[in-house]
Design a protein around this ligand. Sequence first.
Ligand SMILES: [Zn+2]
Length: 579
Amino acid sequence: MKRKSVLSLVSLFIFLLIHFACEPMPSADLILFNGKIVTVDHNFTIADALAISKDKIKAVGTNRKIRRFTGSKTRVIDLKGKTVIPGLIDSHLHPESASFSELDEEIPDVHTIDQLLTWIKGQTMTKEKGKWIIIPKFFSTRLIEMRQPTLAELDSVAPYHPVFLDGSFGGMINSTSMQLSGITYKTDHPGIIRDRNTGLLTGFIMASAFNILKVPQQKTLSYQEKQDALREMLKRYNRYGITSLFIGSGDFESVKMYRDMSDKKILTARIYQNILLQTDRKITKESVAEKLKKYDNKTGYGDEWVRIGSLKVILDGGILTGTAYLTELWGEKAADIFGIEDPAYRGVINYSREELLAIVSVANEFNWSFTAHATGSGSVDLLLDVFNEVNQSKSIKEKRFSIIHGNFFSKDAIKLMRELGVYANMQPAWFYKDADAMESILGKERIRTFHPYKSMLDAGVMINGGSDHMVKWDANTSINPYNPFLAMWTMVTRKTEHGSVIGPSEAITREQALKIYTINNAYASFEESIKGSIEPGKLADMAILTDDILNCPVDKIKDIESVLTILGGKIIYSSTTEF
Ligand SMILES: [Zn+2]
């Protein structure tokens, strides 16, 4: 290079240097500095500060770099060392049912038969005789005793009040319930369970008999009341740094409602709404195609506030009621707990392989992302087998198919998920609440495949984290707990509610757990380029925490809350006047 051109290059460089040093940077609306910004970017970079303009992240970096974005109108928050993480995403929950579940009365949080009976007795003191005492989503395996209360126990505390413990797939009623509902010794119904030896009614009924019960009609809420309840529920989520939700199940009506809330600017979480496929009695490719043709939109349609999620079916029952479909028998202990008579019982499956194949292949043809509620190893294997076959004719990988719950994943299942790019949408809260019961029912060997987080991550399977929150409002006592910090703590420690540690070799790191609740979930909704990490250009969704999730004593992780939650650059929750 000639000397002259080198000189001119140098002078250009000096000019640019002076220019940028003097030119003030366009100012930001909000600056957070002097903190520990856990960006969850590709290198898991930790920064000091960040700048937000409108609803997006403008810059992330050192205090010095970010300070340059301060203008006369910039709001500046000194984090004083506090930790900031990307807004948390819950990959599976049911905010609508949860939002009105305690509008009328609180649902109790009971852990023992004694607490349960004491609570029922308390209810009889305040409720008029003949008024129903109902507990929704009551799972007896979550009691220390792991059994239903007996009919005699229920009658002893509630002789004049009808009691119904509703466990979704089955439930317990007392004698007054039977009288009021016209159920007698003579009632012939397969859903009414009798004692094997005496033939007497046990008080246990299957879901098929629920409609015989003369329970009072649920109060119907107006559209406005529904939105109000939902707004309150979303605010409770915001308190835990949650800024995006995957609605586990629903229809286009729910999409409309969330869209309406978005238009009114009262939505405090971004929505990814799964659509439950209502199937006919006879399922063929044609009948499924007929249905899907009527749908206006599919996965991904919408904007960053409300988007259509996956097409979903419910493949089996659940682990709490002995209705998850397993590869092996449920076994003797389960037979006692759940009143199973059939020695070859493996659980409940809602679709045959042919039916599932018809559904999944048509969904794939129509370019839906497909997902299914599958809670046992048997349904996981069946689903993956069908995914594999569908993939032969048209690739499913780019559509990010997923398995909701899953729970039990064999080595082969994990391998196939990796190959097909199938995501595991898991609920650590179930591990926390139910791993002890599962170990006791299925034994030490079979529990090895229960929530194998590390094996899955090591194999390269994408894990998503969600709560399956259904009823109650409190983050930690709800069914299921929606506190994402409790969930992350569970994945890191493998500790359960009973205090045991189950399968410690499947524990994952704090960083991995945090990814599961942020960037991994952003991938699951095809939104990894706009959220899930704190990077320039992404949506300004984040939470300032009460504690440092990466370095606090491990058992403190579950106690973390958000101090300040920011969604699209706006503060939507604050527990402090400090900032
Ligand atoms: Zn669910």
